[in-house]
Design a protein around this ligand. Structure first.
Ligand code: SF4
Ligand code: SF4
Ligand code: SF4
Length: 394
């Protein structure tokens, strides 16, 4: 694989731009954090743009970001004590519910139940004090203002979110280390129709799922959307481990699901099964792939159909059929760039709308965006520590 940047000078310019933005972004709450993060992002971007072994940098980055959040959360709990933490969870959880007008609009995540009130202009815009002023916007204008960064991130990166900065994807990602596929789930797969499929030792491992398997994830997504309009709290919060500690059965169901879907199945199949068979967020994002800006593209003039890329893809995205068609993208592609690294002919790349090569700007943008979003979350957790201390000793 050729490095993403055509020269060290270009990589250095993009590294400086990336580091400069992150320095500015983090300097507002903590100047020292701005300096550290700006330096890290600048150097990391430069190295990632210059290497031909990108996977060695992307995976530790992706997994490392999730570890930062987990460590921060654990440090918060240790600092205030577990009992105080539970009291805080209780208070925080209560804020999600609509317990009368005074409570409306204090949740930290968009609440579908509030949308009609927002559109009817019957809701107010409330602010909460934090490191930054944050809140649940409940007026129409502020709602859209609040949602713009979310929408922009998802539209620009679509499922690249799953390959670079989703906190829940880091564990299955760690489990797909190595090449030994122990279970191909072939009973859930279609038979390969590709003429070049015979070159792959185990074609069942890489062909697409049967139709009904695909529909399970869409059904799950529709169910959750319907549910989110019926329950009086933000449905996204059911994935918050802080809330699981409130209920022992929910806690153990959560633990079992994590062990089976995020550890055992990815380890056995060497594919991120949960992410591509069930996760509603991944399913929703996969619907955007036809309008994705950054696409995986194969140059058919260079491709010799060796199928090395297909075996390397851990996301059920590349198939022999897709490679033969020369249109390999599917909604499962997380832009990890494994296939680019594995191609002996340099035939694959990330392009802008399937045309111009755009790997360097893509990598720069996604590093900056992921650090900006993700560590912003970590800083928020640090800020919660001060709020947690209010519950200390209770
Ligand atoms: S599929 Fe879901 S859990 Fe997996 S990385 Fe994407 S959003 Fe995260
Ligand atoms: S690894 Fe490269 S040459 Fe081989 S099938 Fe994939 S795109 Fe074609
Ligand atoms: S197609 Fe390539 S970039 Fe997309 S998920 Fe598969 S290996 Fe990663």
């Amino acid at each position: 694989m050729k490095p993403a940047a055509s020269s060290k000078k270009k990589a250095a310019i993009l590294g400086i731009l990336a580091g400069g933005f992150v320095f500015w972004w983090y300097s507002t709450p903590f100047p020292w954090l701005g300096g550290v993060m700006g330096l890290f992002v600048g150097l990391f971007t430069f190295c990632t743009l210059n290497t031909s072994k990108m996977e060695r940098l992307r995976r530790p980055f992706f997994i490392g970001l999730a570890i930062v959040v987990l460590v921060t959360l654990a440090a918060n709990i240790l600092w205030v004590g577990y009992r105080s933490f539970l009291i805080w969870v209780e208070a925080w959880h209560a804020g999600y519910y609509l317990q009368g007008a005074a409570q409306t609009g204090t949740a930290l995540f968009p609440l579908p139940l509030l949308v009609p009130s927002i559109f009817l202009g019957k809701a107010e815009f409330l602010l909460q004090d934090s490191v930054w002023l944050t809140g649940q916007p409940t007026s129409l204008a502020s709602f859209f203002l609040f949602m713009i960064p979310y929408f922009l991130t998802l539209i620009i990166f679509e499922r690249a979110f799953c390959g670079w900065f989703c906190p829940l994807g880091a564990l299955p990602e760690a489990m797909v280390t190595g090449n030994k596929e122990r279970w191909s789930l072939s009973f859930l797969k279609k038979t390969s129709t590709a003429t070049s499929g015979f070159r792959i030792p185990n074609p069942a491992g890489i062909t697409v799922f049967k139709g009904w398997v695909e529909w399970v994830k869409y059904g799950f997504l529709i169910l959750l959307i319907l549910l989110s309009f019926l329950v009086p709290f933000s449905i996204v919060n059911i994935i918050t481990p802080a809330l699981w500690v409130k209920s022992i059965p929910i806690f153990w169901i959560g633990i079992i699901l994590i062990i089976v879907l995020a550890i055992v199945l990815p380890f056995m199949t060497k594919r991120r099964v949960w992410c591509h068979v069930l996760c509603p967020v991944g399913t929703a994002l996969s619907l955007l792939y036809k309008i994705s800006l950054f696409r995986i593209t194969i140059d058919k003039m260079k491709c010799n159909e060796c199928m090395d890329c297909v075996q390397e893809c851990r996301s059920y995205s590349l198939t022999p059929e897709g490679v033969e068609r020369g249109w390999p993208m599917s909604g499962n592609c997380i832009r990890c760039a494994r296939c680019i690294e594995s191609c002996p002919e340099d035939a694959i790349d990330i392009t802008w709308l399937g045309k111009r090569p755009a790997r360097a700007p893509f990598i720069t943008l996604i590093i900056v965006t992921s650090v900006s979003w993700y560590l912003w979350f970590a800083v928020l957790l640090v800020s919660y520590a001060s709020k947690l201390s209010e519950f200390s000793g209770l």
